[in-house]
Write a protein that binds this ligand. Structure first.
Ligand code: GUN
Length: 288
């Protein structure tokens, strides 16, 4: 069966919209998110447009700063400094990837951790690693956990979760969240030996490698729960372009007990969790 990320994300956004309205009434605070995008990568612009639309739809304030591809690091850091000190800005997101001449780590480090709604700042990833409360947690990994729990229930204790991919955006943080849920975790990656056999151990398999249809049916244990983070654009022999995940859905769907489709699985959850983080950041300011 499918895990309907589109519906679960919609329910989460509806719930957030109510909380946004309540915060406005109770504290006179309207959560606000500023997104910075550098350059003109078409896919990034589509993602940002979606973020802005959904931010506004739930009653939050949304600002977009579009900078040219030749923006200097100094200029970008100055922009961030202004946003850091602006009390009306609760969340800041710098869309990745950045143009090659900009140092992503330096840019992420310049964001006030309390406004880092991506959860990428070392203060936030450090809190996640240490199991400390109160940090902002990366959005896609949060979405993965919510989707897994939708199918498996809230208790994931003792399940073996295999994560394919070790990125800072998905692989590492989702593994930390699964560990927090008392899963036994394996992080597999491009150098992993016997990858198929490793994946076959998984009760929960999270695929975040960025290779279309990479995971095959004989890599999957009967009844496993599959969370497919991949968003890969492929063109068929007839010239039709479509989005597919990292998991060969058609092969795997009958083998597993549940799978997140692409599109309509993890993707919509990422933005919903971004909005959830923005509300958390705004509430922190409002309640202080
Ligand atoms: N590019 C792809 N995914 C993400 C994300 O989650 N956050 C940001 N800032 N950029 C991205």
């Amino acid at each position: 069966m499918n895990i309907d990320g589109k519906l679960i994300a919609k329910n989460l956004r509806d719930h957030l919209a109510v909380e946004v309205a309540e915060l406005k009434v109770s504290h006179g605070v309207q959560p606000s998110l500023t997104v910075i995008i550098v350059g003109d990568d078409p896919a990034s612009h589509v993602y940002v447009k979606n973020k802005i639309k959904q931010t506004q739809e739930i009653g939050m304030i949304s600002n977009e700063i579009v900078l040219p591809i030749d923006t200097t690091e100094e200029h970008l850091l100055n922009e961030l400094e202004k946003l850091n000190s602006d009390n009306n800005v609760h969340g800041i997101l710098v869309q990745l990837p950045l143009p090659k001449h900009l140092n992503e780590n330096a840019v992420i480090s310049a964001i006030n951790p309390e406004k880092d709604v991506d959860g990428f700042h070392a203060v936030n990833s450090g809190k996640l690693f240490n199991g400390e409360e109160g940090g902002l947690v990366p959005c896609t990994p949060q979405g993965c956990i919510l989707l897994a729990k939708e199918h498996l229930g809230t208790d994931l204790s003792g399940l073996h979760a295999v994560v394919i991919g070790r990125s800072n955006i998905v692989g590492k943080p989702v593994a930390m969240l699964l560990l927090q849920e008392n899963c036994t975790i394996t992080i597999a990656h491009s150098k992993t030996k016997n990858l198929a056999e490793v994946c076959k151990q998984a009760d929960i398999l999270v695929a975040a490698v960025g290779i279309a249809n990479f995971v095959k049916a004989d890599w999957v244990k009967d009844g496993a729960t599959i969370i497919d983070v991949g968003i890969n654009r492929i063109t068929s022999e007839t010239g039709v372009t479509k989005l597919v995940g990292d998991v060969d859905y058609d092969e795997v769907v009958s083998k597993c007990s549940a799978i997140t489709p692409v599109p309509g699985g993890v993707g919509p959850m990422t933005i919903a969790c971004l909005l959830s983080n923005t509300l958390i950041a705004a509430k922190k300011v409002a309640y202080n």
